[in-house]
Design a protein around this ligand. Structure first.
Ligand SMILES: [Mn+2]
Length: 425
């Protein structure tokens, strides 16, 4: 049985990295995302696969505008037409911040679209595919309010609340596992953070709502495959059973500049499972960082750094440092001209002077420095952050010392005012 597993589509995000296509009136990043989603569906049809699993985060929020909903629906409709069963899991971005359920995806449940299952609660489905039946347990993004009531958490520390949540989840998941038919292959489809994953921006995007689930919850013998969503960087967390984040299908922001994007093809064959990551040809993101302050000819150095093969059709951000007295040597029009090759670009310049440079020798390229010392050096050079220096250092101290990190930092409403301020930075 072949399964296509994709996740974190985030259709309708990253518009600031695109521009309006005059022919369609649409943001070019929406067009990129739709084309990439189309490639995933193309593959599902050409294989053809027996089942498509979507790991959650269809849109940036629970109420996408109709034209974006439509672009999403049009692609998944192709699976409906081909009679390929599909499970759409609800991620944190698909939920209303208050209340329950996946607002943006529940329409498909309400419409009763044949072969489409919306995973907005912990539940088990037996799905009949062209190559036999498979059980899929859906575990959408859980928040405190899904499993606990307010009186239950009153007076508890954040760590205790996290523990209570995990106890509840363990019992609930165990209940689903006991109902499984041991003769059928089983897939767990879940949108969550695990304790062993490498995180990018999603860790911060989810602030205030989530908690971390130990990998040991997921690596159960009864699962033939664990299909995850939420983390945008593709990673295989375990091989027995396979526990896989396919990652996002497109670069959502610059934190994903260096990551390969793609989806996963899974072959469930009796007791053995094989997994293949299929990269997608997505648009490049390119950060060009250059210090012009020591250059004799800053203009020439800058133009040299804008290599056409690097920037052509890419989303580019150019950051350069320059001394005030060098500014007259820069020709803005020529710089913009050179950057026209890019799909879109932003320029950020930073004025430096010799004083601040001499205060930051330890942050130079090629030298290594402990994170805490780097932060101290950075803060000592930021007059504007003077008042926040202590709370920032304190927060960093705690972060670096933490044993159970995320449970401690994610419950935003319980942060001290100083920390809340820090979070807003
Ligand atoms: Mn997510």
């Amino acid at each position: 049985m072949k399964v296509l597993h994709l996740s974190d589509i985030h259709l309708g995000s990253g518009f600031s990295h695109g521009r309006i296509n005059p022919e369609t009136g649409l943001n070019t990043r929406l067009e990129d995302f739709v084309a990439t989603l189309g490639r995933c569906i193309d593959r599902a049809l050409s294989e053809p696969v027996d089942l498509v699993l979507f790991g959650g985060d269809a849109f940036p929020d629970a109420t996408p505008p109709p034209y974006i909903q439509q672009a999403f629906a049009r692609q998944f409709h192709r699976l409906v037409e081909a009679q390929i069963p599909t499970v759409l899991l609800v991620g944190n971005h698909d939920q209303h911040s208050q209340g329950a359920g996946g607002a943006s995806l529940c329409i498909y449940r309400t419409l009763g679209v044949p072969n489409v299952i919306v995973g907005d609660r912990l539940d088990t489905y037996t799905i009949n595919t062209k190559n036999g039946a498979v059980q899929v347990i859906t575990l959408p993004w859980l928040t405190r309010s899904t499993l606990l009531t307010r009186p239950e958490t009153e007076g508890l520390s954040m760590t205790e609340v996290g523990q209570l949540l995990l106890d509840r989840l363990r019992v609930a998941l165990e209940g689903e596992i006991r109902k499984l038919n041991p003769d059928l292959p089983t897939v767990l489809l879940a949108h969550l953070m695990t304790d062993t994953a490498n995180y990018g921006a999603e860790k911060f995007l989810a602030v205030g709502k989530g908690f971390t689930i130990p990998l040991s919850f997921l690596t159960r013998e009864c699962f033939n495959y664990v299909a995850l969503g939420h983390v945008h960087k593709h990673q295989v967390l375990c091989e027995n059973p396979f526990v896989v984040y396919p990652g996002s299908i497109e670069r959502v922001d610059f934190s994903e500049e260096k990551e390969d994007k793609g989806f996963v093809l899974v072959e469930l064959d009796g007791h053995s499972t094989t997994v293949e990551f299929c990269p997608l040809p997505v648009r490049s993101f390119r950060t060009i960082e250059i210090d012009l302050s020591e250059k004799k000819d800053p203009q020439a150095a800058l133009i040299r750094a804008l290599k056409p093969e690097l920037i052509e059709n890419a989303v580019v951000r150019l950051n350069y440092q320059i001394r005030p007295e060098q500014l007259d040597h820069l020709d803005d029009a020529r710089i913009h001209k050179a950057l026209e090759l890019a799909h879109s670009y932003t320029i950020q310049s930073e004025l430096t002077n010799n004083l601040s440079r001499s205060r930051l020798p330890e942050l130079g390229v090629g030298s290594t420095i402990a994170p805490f010392d780097a932060l101290k050096a950075y803060l000592s050079n930021r007059e504007d952050l003077r008042e926040l220096e202590e709370p920032i250092l304190e927060a960093a101290r705690r972060l670096l010392a933490q044993q159970e990190p995320l449970v401690e930092v994610v419950l935003a409403e319980e942060l001290e005012p100083a920390q809340t301020q820090l979070r807003l930075l």
